[in-house]
Design a protein around this ligand. Sequence first.
Ligand code: SOE
Length: 387
Amino acid sequence: MAEKKQLRIGLIGCGFMGRTHSNGYNRIRNFFPELMYQPVLKAVCSRNPENVRAFADQWGYESSETDWKSLIARDDIDAVDICTPNDTHAEIAIAAAAKGKMILCEKPLSRTLEEGQKMVAAVEKAGVQNTVWYNYRRVPAVTLAKQIIESGKLGKIFHYRANFLQDWTISPELPQGGTGLWRLDVEAAGSGVTGDLLAHCIDTAMWLNGAIKDVSAVTETFIKERVHTGTGKVQKVGIDDACIFHCHFENGSLGLFESTRYARGHKALYTFEINGEHASIRWDLHDLNRLEYFDHRDESIVRGWRSILVTDGDQPYMKRWWVPGLSIGYEHSFIHQAADFLHSLETGEPCHPTFKDALETQKVCEAVIDSANSRSWKNTGVKENIA
Ligand code: SOE
C-alpha cells in the first residue's frame, strides 16, 4: 500500500463552522481510508485562550493559538482553514497564501468583490490549492441533480427557482455584532441574507445551470436599528434582512430567488426547483436525502413526481456510508468536501468551488445589492460557467 501523506491543518475560528469543518476532517480516516492524504489536526486558533483550548480538546487538535498570525507562521501547518467572520477572510487568506499555505475558506469568499479579487490574485500568485466551503453542492441529492442535468434528461431549461428562508432575527431585542451575531453587522458580514444565504443558492444555481447574466433585486431591512454588541450603542442596521431577485441565465432560462430571516416557521428552508422542456427536479434541505423528479416522457399511466431517496451505493458519495435506505445528514456535506479536497491533492486537480469560482458568486451578490440600491437591472459580469 502506498505510504500515506499528512495534510496538517490549522483551523482559525471556533464557532459553528469550526465545528462542521473539524467534524469533516475527523471522519476522513474512517470513511475515506484510501485517500493518500489524511488530515492531521495540528492547531486551532481563536482569541479566547480558554475557549480555544476547550475546542482543541473536544475536536482533537494537537495545539492551540490565540493569534492567527502565529498560526500561519508555523512550519508544521500545510493548510489554513478560515472559519472566522467575513471581515477577516481577505486579510487571513492573503497572508496565508504569501506563506505558501493551502487555503480552505468558509463561504462567502469575501465581503466585497474587490476583496475577493485580491484573494484570487493572492492564491494564484502563490500557486496554492484552495477551495471555498459551499457545502450544499456535496449533499448527494444535489450532486445527483447535477448528474441528471448533465445527462440532458431535462432538455432545454426554462426556469430556476430557489429560496433560503429562516426566522431567527425577527426579535428587535437581538443585538448586532459579536459571536454568532456578527451576521447582523454589515461591517463584519458585508451584507445580510445576500452574502449569507443567497450566496449558497447562487453557487448551486450557477453550478447546475450556468452563468447568471443580469439581475434585478429588491432588499428590505425590517429592523432599522439594533444595539451593537461592540459599542453598546443603538446603531443603524446596514444589512439586508430580506432579498428577492430575478435574473437571466446565459442559457436563456429565467431565475427567481428569495431569501429572508423573517419567514416565521422556517429555520433553514433551502429549496430549489428546475423546470426543463422534458423534465423537472426539485430539492429541499429539510428532506435532504430526497430528490424529486418529474418526467413528461413517462407513460401517462405512471406519470407523476418521483421521490428518489438518494441512499444507494451507486448514487453520489453514498457507497461511503451505510446500506441502501439509510440516510445521512447536513454534516456529511462537509465531510465530502474535506475528502474531495484531500483527493484533489492526489490528482493535482482543483477542488471546486475554488476561490476563482466563488468570485463569480461574489459578482452576482454585488450586482444584487447594487441593483436593489439603484432600483435598476445590473449586469453581473459573470462570463464563465463555474466548475
Ligand atoms: C445562517 O444562519 C447560516 O448558518 C449560514 O451562515 C450558513 O451558511 C447556512 O448554511 C445555514 O445558515
